[in-house]
Ligand binder design. Sequence first.
Ligand code: PFF
Ligand code: NA
Length: 461
Amino acid sequence: MAEKRSLWGSKIGFLLAAIGSAVGLGNIWRFSYMAYENGGGAFLIPYLVALLCAGVPLMILEYSLGHREKASPPLAFARINPLWEPLGWWMPVVAFFGINLFYAAVIGWCINYFGLSLTLGWGTDTQSFFFGEFLQLSDSPFTLGGIRWPVLAATAGAWAICWTICYREVSRGIEKASMIFMPLLVILTLILVGWSLRLDGAREAIREFYLKADLSKIALNTAEGRKVWVAAFGQIFFTLSLGFGIMITYASYLPKKTDITGNALTTCILNCLYSIIAGFAVFGTIGFMANAKGVPFDEAITSGPGLAFVVYPEAINQLPILNQLFGALFFLVLIVAGISSMISLTEAFSCSICDKFVISRQKATTIICSLGLIGSIPFTTRAGLLILDIADHFINNYALIIGGILECILIGWLLKSQVMRRHVNNSGGIRLWPVWDICIRVITPAVLLIMLVGALLEDFT
Ligand code: PFF
Ligand code: NA
């Protein structure tokens, strides 16, 4: 507390760190699958609507809150109203225990698979290799026994990298890492996309399943159509790392004169652009695989981890040349995208602790990363994938949404959104229009409430 608050060294450093948090595993495997399931190109309509009327406004809200209070979530909320400090803790704590612990384990899988890709060590039956030999998946989340040592070792590696980066001052740690990771990620991704587009059957699959718009899937007069809209909003929150206090924390290190609106727009647009571009690689590669094996596309594609650890290895097996290189490239992309999101989750929690207690950044980071490693252990056991699904479901359907609603109420109604808008406009940069108030006070919380009720109905009826 006594120390002077850290600052980003440059505008671009902050932007790259924020984009690094947003662009993660979700951009690669979550977005593509959602687009596929929900009308292909037509999914872009609810996706972009969600981006504009909830994603961008909430990003501006989180940036402006962190910037105005110069504090991590607990302290920032407490300054507006001391009664709200618990909400400030809820966000980074959920982010840490609910996402970071399993995110680290999944990065661990990616590190293992990076190694495996060098020898195509997953063999010919990639499905039974992943669930059987690699995870040795048990049948119940309660049979915790059996740590998968290679997974634990790689997960520890991910935590070690995270610790090395977050241990240093923001401008020499996270900022520097982002300045290396982000350009690297862009280059690797573009190579992967270019390569995928040249594969046999890639373009047909992209045209048929990614770009072709099936508008009937998003019709608002059907129950299925409405579900797609809700799913699009959910994806926007997750993909932009909103509702976890991360963007509040990152913005707390910004200098006084800052273009908040412009930065928020840039972060949102580049994150979504990354998803859309990565989609070409995913659809292209799966299209190639389906073509090579003579199976329909619908049977080839799966969601979540299966996409990266079963379908991709299968596609890599089928490549005519340089299979190992393609595999290494793909898993490296996942590792870089994953680590830059992982450091943001860690930073939000450790900054919250530093702001509240008299403890140095170094000490806080060390404690948190050790705690994180211990907390990740359950995800490296034979039941890991099962508890991961449970955690993921709880976070996306409840924790994130509750955080988002309360955030809107606090800023929109208790503080009054006009006060915050004035702060944004006094900080310079692109002017924030009054429609923002309507988004924060009415539209965003209403949509979130609909999602929450929808999830409750689905789970408990
Ligand atoms: N935005 C990341 C992704 O799309 O993969 C995931 C994420 C990171 C979510 C950090 C939430 C978060 F706080
Ligand atoms: Na994202």
